[in-house]
Design a binder for this molecule. Structure first.
Ligand code: NAP
Length: 299
């Protein structure tokens, strides 16, 4: 094998559940891989597979051009890298830590001020999905930089989606998808609490929940016509209007209260629906509540 065919070395900083999976995927892809973690013992399995455990973050950064960071928060990342700002020159930092879009933009600026290059990424997967061809990871930053490292980054998730130059956009997509997940997740937990007041088990409910999600909820949330109508601010409906959905919310709240179930999470939604009905939009689709959620536009 000549040197041109040897994959370039990579570094992974942070070996939590996700970082271990990332480093493992690079090793499987044949990349010499250096790792660092605060708790060094988490590197044991990777070292057995051929990874090099760096003795310090400084050593880890020095080991490779491409440095992938996956720590719990941006604050932790900053604490670890700030003392090493002089080591960033010539390095490509790909940060897969979850935070806010502003965290990502500030970090990109900071890396660039110290001579490094930066991509921000957001992993839309669990560790067990790392390395699969369908696994989705969003990236933002320089297109040329993304393209240069795309084959390597695709080892982590084959569906590597480049979203443009704005470093904050991957996290906007990430947090928007997570918002959908937590809304559905919490709704599911509320449903199970309500079911249990009549001694109905989750297993008994499952066939109906599956039918409901597959035939109504999933098509509703992924309907391209509805997405376009929302983009255009077109809230007409012949399906189910805001008045009907406001009543639906009130029924859930009253039934839950009768059973002694916590309804606090539903009250803000009812407030938004009530506000839009009061403004005269009762015959419009439930999507009208977006206007009440959005930050008011500065006139
Ligand atoms: N797990 C998932 O399914 C998933 C999915 C998508 C995105 N993510 C994102 O990936 C990132 C890592 O998640 P994870 O699941 O790997 O979390 P995790 O298992 O809790 O690991 C956290 C990592 O951060 C390190 N860390 C925490 N506080 C630190 C400190 N004060 N100083 C130095 N290191 C510190 C930990 O080091 P120690 O081992 O020494 O504690 C560990 O490496 C998060 O931003 C998460 O949102 C995770």
């Amino acid at each position: 094998m000549n040197s041109a065919s040897i994959p370039a070395s990579v570094t992974v900083i942070g070996l939590g559940n996700m970082g271990v999976a990332l480093a493992d995927a690079f090793l499987k892809g044949g990349h010499p891989t250096t790792v660092w973690n605060r708790s060094a013992d988490k590197a044991n399995g990777l070292v057995e597979k051929g990874a090099v455990l760096a003795g310090s973050v400084r050593e880890a950064i020095a080991a490779s051009n491409l440095v992938v960071v996956c720590l719990s928060t941006y604050k932790v990342m900053q604490e670890q890298l700030a003392p090493l700002e002089n080591e960033l020159s010539g390095r490509v930092i790909v940060n897969l830590t979850t935070g806010t879009p502003e965290d990502a933009r500030k970090t990109a600026k900071w890396v660039s001020e110290h001579g490094g290059q930066y991509l921000d990424g957001a992993i839309m997967a669990i560790p067990q999905m790392i390395g699969l061809p369908e696994t989705l990871i969003f990236y933002g930053g320089s297109k040329a930089l993304f393209e240069a490292y795309e084959p390597t980054l695709k080892l982590l998730g084959g569906n590597a989606a480049y979203l443009g130059e704005d470093y904050g956009v991957p996290l906007i997509y990430d947090l928007s998808l997570l918002t959908m997940m937590y809304g559905a997740w919490y709704g599911s937990m509320h449903a199970h609490a309500l079911l249990s007041t009549a001694n109905i088990t989750g297993t008994e409910f499952l066939p109906y929940a599956t039918n409901w999600v597959n035939h109504l909820i999933a098509p509703l949330l992924t309907d391209p016509v509805a997405a376009r109508a929302r983009d255009e601010g077109n809230f007409t409906t012949d399906v189910s209007n805001l008045n009907t959905n406001k009543l639906g919310l009130e029924h859930i709240i009253h039934a839950s209260q009768e059973q002694g179930i916590t309804v606090e999470w539903l009250m803000p939604l009812l407030t938004l629906a009530t506000q839009k009905v009061a403004e005269g939009y009762g015959a419009d689709s439930f999507d009208r509540v977006i206007e009440a959620i959005r930050k008011p536009l500065v006139k």
